[in-house]
Ligand binder design. Structure first.
Ligand code: GTR
Length: 430
């Protein structure tokens, strides 16, 4: 009996079934109850002009859509400060049993050495020709969690308590390598890619403190105490941090800054999409199980809704996004347009069969909905009209797959991402 209880308990903890918040309607998982909706046409401007050339897309519609996402969804982010600089913390040419070069670099967001700052952890395949293409993504619980390599600097920052090996919001030695199943670094090195990561909490800790910690205050104007309603929330800050990593790559001859794939899982998948949409220096973009506010269409209100996400995570999006709680149909954009902002660059949307909270069908439909922009730019499209069967990746320029299994990022996902990158990022240059 006790065992049964325990198993039930673990079973419940192991699933991503968010507790029902008081006053929140039950999430809809019934396809027949998805509301009727009309998506904004990605090629028609707010003044109802249809753009018909690549030039018009880049001159008119793309800046308009980007501006709408800034104003209504993620918030505007500032330019980096002049005083930003990079500090080499550690490096080794004999990391991971001699298979890798490891570098740890601090990105100081201002001239102040006391912070805020983000530590980059970079592994490059030892013998691959330079410069190497790299996968870049933020992590949830500190760089030390991605691999058991004892040389990784143990984060001293705030980390959520329920993360393994974390006590009183600080990492202990037991936290090393606890997220390694999500970071198959050796396998990627073997495929000729570098892997770079930073702790999202270095940029902004993932809890709502009214934007006192993290990078936001560095940019407050006179008398300002929090971002304005159209200024950056936490996801926009994380995405901004990814661009600062790219700023560093531009100074490192070992890294091919023209072949950087940005990726992320879940909230960090939303972040990767927004980073890739804003910053055209990212050559390829991967969203893993990003769901609401990521790859999933908001208007379907399937699984997690705009109201639900704004209530559970009031700090993720900009203040204006809350106006759309329960009113998704009034949003001037939907998430297919976020993917369209990445065009003509390759983008891959990865779902999971058990991840209904993230609305896999809505993720597929958003990827498909970006297609008119890719076609206009003669960049191909998504070679599927309906979601493919589980575990059958579609590797067209807009790529998609749905992995069998739960909300997670796995070694199998990474292998598919490497296949996609081989096709769209490697082959072109070699
Ligand atoms: C959930 C959240 C999702 C997703 C996920 C995650 O609680 O509702 O939007 O981002 O967290 O990041 O793991």
């Amino acid at each position: 009996m006790r065992l049964v209880c325990r198993l039930l308990f673990i079973g419940v903890l192991g699933m991503v079934v968010p507790a029902v918040a008081v006053g929140q309607p039950q999430a809809n998982y019934d396809e027949s109850k998805v509301p009727d909706y009309t998506l904004p046409d990605p090629l028609v401007t707010r003044s109802r002009e249809k753009v018909t050339t690549a030039r018009e897309w880049f001159a008119k519609r793309r800046p308009e859509v980007l501006g709408l996402f800034e104003e209504h969804v993620y918030g505007r982010a500032p330019e980096p400060l002049e005083g930003m600089r990079f500090m080499r913390l550690e490096s080794s040419a004999k990391a991971l049993d001699g298979k890798a070069v490891r570098k740890q670099v601090r990105v100081l967001f201002s001239a102040e050495e006391s912070g805020p700052a983000m530590d980059l952890l970079i592994y490059l395949p030892k013998d691959a020709p330079r410069p190497v293409p790299v996968f870049l993504g933020l992590n949830f619980n500190g760089n030390h969690s991605v691999h058991a390599d004892p040389a990784i600097l143990l984060s001293t920052k705030w980390i959520r308590d329920r993360a393994p090996g974390v006590e009183k919001n600080r990492a202990t030695e037991a936290a090393r390598g606890t997220a390694s199943s999500r970071w198959p670094i050796e396998a990627m090195l073997q495929r000729g890619y570098g892997v770079a990561t930073a702790y999202s909490g270095d940029i902004d800790p993932d809890f709502h403190d009214g934007f006192e910690n993290g990078v936001h205050p560095l940019f407050y104007g006179e008398g300002q105490t929090k971002p304005a309603d159209d200024e950056w929330g936490t996801i926009a800050a994380w995405a901004w941090g990814l661009s600062r990593a790219l700023d560093y790559f531009e100074t490192d001859d070992d890294i091919d800054q023209r072949r950087v794939a940005v990726l992320g899982h879940s909230r960090l998948g939303k972040t990767a999409l927004w980073a890739g949409a804003r910053d055209p220096r990212f050559a390829l973009v991967i969203s893993n199980n990003s769901g609401c506010g990521g790859a999933a269409l908001s208007r379907r209100a399937f699984g997690e809704t705009v109201e639900r996400i704004n209530t559970s995570f009031p700090h993720w999006f900009c203040g204006n996004f809350k106006k759309y709680n329960g009113r998704e149909g009034e949003l001037p954009v939907d998430q297919h347009q976020l993917i369209a902002l990445i065009a003509p660059r390759p983008v891959f949307v990865s779902s999971a069969t058990e991840d209904r909270w993230a609305d896999p069908r809505g993720e597929f439909l958003a990827a498909k909905g970006a297609e008119p922009v890719y076609r206009l730019l003669e960049a191909g499209g998504l070679d599927a009209d309906e979601p493919p069967p589980p575990d059958e990746p579609v590797l067209s320029r807009i790529g998609y797959w749905i992995r069998t299994g739960p909300h997670d990022i796995t070694a199998a996902d990474w292998q598919v991402f490497a296949d996609f990158a081989d096709k769209h990022m490697r082959a072109a240059d070699e």
